[in-house]
Write a protein that binds this ligand. Structure first.
Ligand SMILES: Nc1ncnc2c1ncn2[C@@H]1O[C@H](COP(=O)(O)OP(=O)(O)OP(=O)(O)O)[C@@H](O)[C@H]1O
Ligand SMILES: [Mg+2]
Length: 303
C-alpha cells in the first residue's frame, strides 16, 4: 500500500512538510537512508517502527534540531535545508512535544505557556495570557494555570506542554512519543487532547507506539525500519493489512508484547543490542546502545 514517493518540490504551501531523499548520518552510521514524503495541511500522519529505525531523527530533522546530511526539506513551502533559510522563524511555526515534557520547573503552567509568545513573538502579556488560558482550557487545565509542574501529574504536565506549543499558534505540530513516559492511566487524557487537536484540523506528525490511536486518528501511517519508509498508507492498510513482512513482524511484537518470536527480526534485535552480526541480512547495521525505550521485546504501548 505504499504511495509513490515524490521527487520534486510541489511548490504548494498546503504541502506543509515536504521531504525529499533525506539522509542523515552520525559519523559512519547512516540513520536515515533516503526518506521522501509529503504531509499536507490538516493531515495526521503517525510514524511507527522499531527502536532505532530513525523516527526521532526524522522528526528532529524536520524541526531543524538535526542538520540533514543530504536531501531537501520544505516547511510551508520554504526550504529549511537552504543555508539562507530563516530557521528560527520557521521553527516558530512548528510546535514540538517530546516524550519528556521539558517544562520550566520554576514557572507556573500559565507562565510556561506565555514565556515564548512574549519573548519570541513579542506579544503583550495580556494577549499572551488570554491565548495561553484558552489553550490550557482546551487541554482540560484551565483551572490549573497557577500550578507549578511539580504540582501536576505527568499526564497533566504533558498537556501543559501541548498547550505551551499551541500558544505559539503553530501551523503544524510534531509529537515524539508523547505518551510513552506516562503511567498507563494517564495516557488516555493526553491522547484525547491529541484526538481533539486532530479533529480541529491541525497538521500533525506523530511518532507513536499507540496503535489504537494511530488506527483511529491517523489519515496515514508510515512504517519505518532501518532508516527507510518500508510502507505507508491508510491505517487500515498499514496496520490492518500490512504488505511487508517487516511491518507484520513489528506489529505482532507491538500488539502482543509477550509474543516470543524466534524469527529473523529477533536476530536483528539481538544484533542491535548485543553487537552480534545481523543474521537476517536485512542490511541494517548492528548498533550498540540503541533501543533505550521501545516497542521492542516487552515494551509495547497501550491499545
Ligand atoms: N546524536 C546522535 N549521535 C549518534 N547517534 C545517534 C544520535 N541520535 C540518534 N542516533 C542513532 O540513530 C539511530 C536512530 O535513532 P532514533 O532515535 O532516530 O531512533 P527511533 O526510531 O526514534 O528509536 P526509539 O523508538 O528508540 O525512540 C539509533 O541507532 C541511534 O543510536
Ligand atoms: Mg525515538
Amino acid at each position: 500500500m505504499s504511495t509513490v514517493a515524490p521527487t520534486v518540490p510541489t511548490g504548494l504551501r498546503e504541502d506543509e512538510i515536504q521531504i525529499y531523499d533525506l539522509h542523515k548520518s552520525f559519523g559512519q552510521i547512516e540513520v536515515l537512508k533516503g526518506i521522501s514524503t509529503i504531509i499536507r495541511r490538516g493531515e495526521v500522519v503517525c510514524v511507527i517502527g522499531p527502536s532505532g529505525s530513525g523516527k526521532s531523527t526524522l522528526l528532529r530533522c524536520v524541526n531543524l534540531l538535526e542538520l540533514p546530511t543530504s536531501g531537501r526539506i520544505f516547511i510551508l513551502n520554504q526550504e529549511i535545508t537552504d543555508p539562507d533559510a530563516f530557521a528560527d522563524e520557521l521553527r516558530t511555526k512548528m510546535g514540538m512535544v517530546f516524550q519528556q515534557f521539558n517544562l520550566f520547573p520554576h514557572l507556573t503552567a500559565l507562565q510556561n505557556c506565555t514565556v515564548a509568545p512574549i519573548n519570541v513573538l513579542k506579544r503583550d502579556k495580556a494577549t499572551a495570557e488570554t491565548n495561553a488560558l484558552k489553550n490550557l482550557t482546551m487541554v482540560g487545565l484551565g483551572d490549573r494555570g497557577d500550578a507549578y509542574p511539580a504540582q501536576l501529574s505527568g499526564g497533566q504536565q504533558q498537556r501543559v506542554a501541548i498547550a505551551r506549543a499551541l500558544s505559539m499558534d503553530p501551523e503544524l505540530m510534531l509529537f515524539d512519543e508523547p505518551t510513552s513516559a506516562l503511567d498507563p492511566e494517564l495516557v488516555g487524557d493526553v491522547l484525547s487532547v491529541m484526538r481533539q487537536l486532530a479533529k480541529s484540523g491541525m497538521t500533525m506528525m506523530v511518532v507513536t507506539h499507540e496503535m489504537a490511536f494511530a488506527r483511529e486518528v491517523a489519515d496515514r501511517v508510515i512504517f519505518m525500519d532501518g532508516g527507510v519508509i518500508v510502507e505507508e498508507g491508510p491505517p487500515d492498510a498499514v496496520i490492518g493489512n500490512p504488505q511487508h513482512e517487516r511491518t507484520r513482524t513489528f506489529l505482532r511484537r507491538v500488539l502482543d508484547p509477550t509474543h516470543v518470536d524466534t524469527g529473523a527480526e529477533d536476530d536483528a534485535y539481538a544484533a542491535r543490542h548485543e553487537g552480534l552480526p545481523d543474521k537476517d541480512g536485512d542490511g541494517r547495521t548492528p548498533i550498540l546502545g540503541e533501543g533505550h525505550h521501545s516497542a521492542g521485546l516487552g515494551g509495547g504501548g497501550l491499545f
